[in-house]
Design a binder for this molecule. Structure first.
Ligand code: 13P
Length: 257
């Protein structure tokens, strides 16, 4: 059985003080859910501090982005080795906000994925269709185009460690959540595609999260779907009580499985 992974993507939010307060509350509220893996992706400025505060807990540290290079003259960038240095386990790659606002294309995302695996970081690869693609009945085409291109040079051994986040772009930060059926359909399609690319064993073990307006009220239904192995949470992850409620919803969802 795949372990569910509930991850907080704080995006460009939270100072050091906010981050420390958050961790204190969160840890006290998720004690009874050891079966759920939890990760926090703070902004770069808070990674080291959050990492220190999480020491000895089961919560993992994630970065929101990284550069693919080893080191060098790349002003403003952060390398995979720097993320390892602050004890990151995960790195979010290919988020639609990076694709949309920072011109990241599938080639670049592929290079970042390669670098993540080379540096023993687990990538959380985000893919998702736009509003226009959904309305043109082109959801699966968009998912397939992104996944194939992002993974084009990724080998089987690496793919077995991958986490995929299905994040329909129209559902991010809009309050409009994909219905559990739609989210499941997207996740199932991605799993089938992983099966085509890497075989059924890898397809069965790869974890696929759903992201897009996940809240305490809708989390249990979404996370009860057969192919949804967790959530990548934006807005609702900024409040430790709400985020902890989502972790608890994931634990309830596991009980129905
Ligand atoms: P929201 O939960 O705010 O819709 O954001 C989702 C997201 O982008 C997580 O990466």
């Amino acid at each position: 059985m795949r372990t569910k992974l509930v991850a907080a993507n704080w995006k460009m939010h939270k100072t050091l003080r906010d981050s420390k307060e958050f961790v204190g509350v969160l840890l006290s509220q998720i004690k009874n859910t050891p079966e759920i893996e939890v990760a926090l992706a703070p902004p770069f400025t808070a990674l080291a501090t959050v990492g220190e505060t999480l020491k000895g807990s089961r919560v993992r540290l994630a970065a929101q982005n990284m550069h693919f290079g080893g080191q060098g003259a790349y002003t403003g960038e952060i390398s995979p080795a720097m993320l390892r240095d602050v004890a990151c386990t995960y790195v979010i790659l290919g988020h639609s906000e990076r694709r949309q606002h920072f011109g990241e294309d599938d080639d670049l995302i592929n290079r970042k994925l390669v670098a993540a695996f080379e540096n023993q970081l687990i990538p959380i690869l985000c893919v998702g269709e736009s509003f226009q693609e959904r309305h043109a009945q082109a959801t699966e085409k968009a998912l397939e185009r992104q996944l194939r291109a992002d993974l084009k040079t990724i080998a089987v051994e690496q793919a077995s460690r991958l986490v995929i986040a299905y994040e329909p772009v129209w559902a991010i930060g809009t309050g409009e959540t994909a219905s559990p059926t739609d989210a499941e359909q997207g996740a199932r399609f991605l799993r089938e595609l992983v099966g085509l690319l890497y075989g059924s064993k890898i397809a069965e073990s790869v974890r696929i999260q759903y992201g897009g307006s996940v809240k305490p009220e809708n989390a249990e239904d979404l996370l009860s779907q057969l192919n949804i192995d967790g959530a990548l949470v934006g807005g609702a992850s900024l409040d430790p009580h709400q985020f902890a409620a989502i972790v608890r919803a994931a634990a309830r969802a596991m009980k129905h499985a």
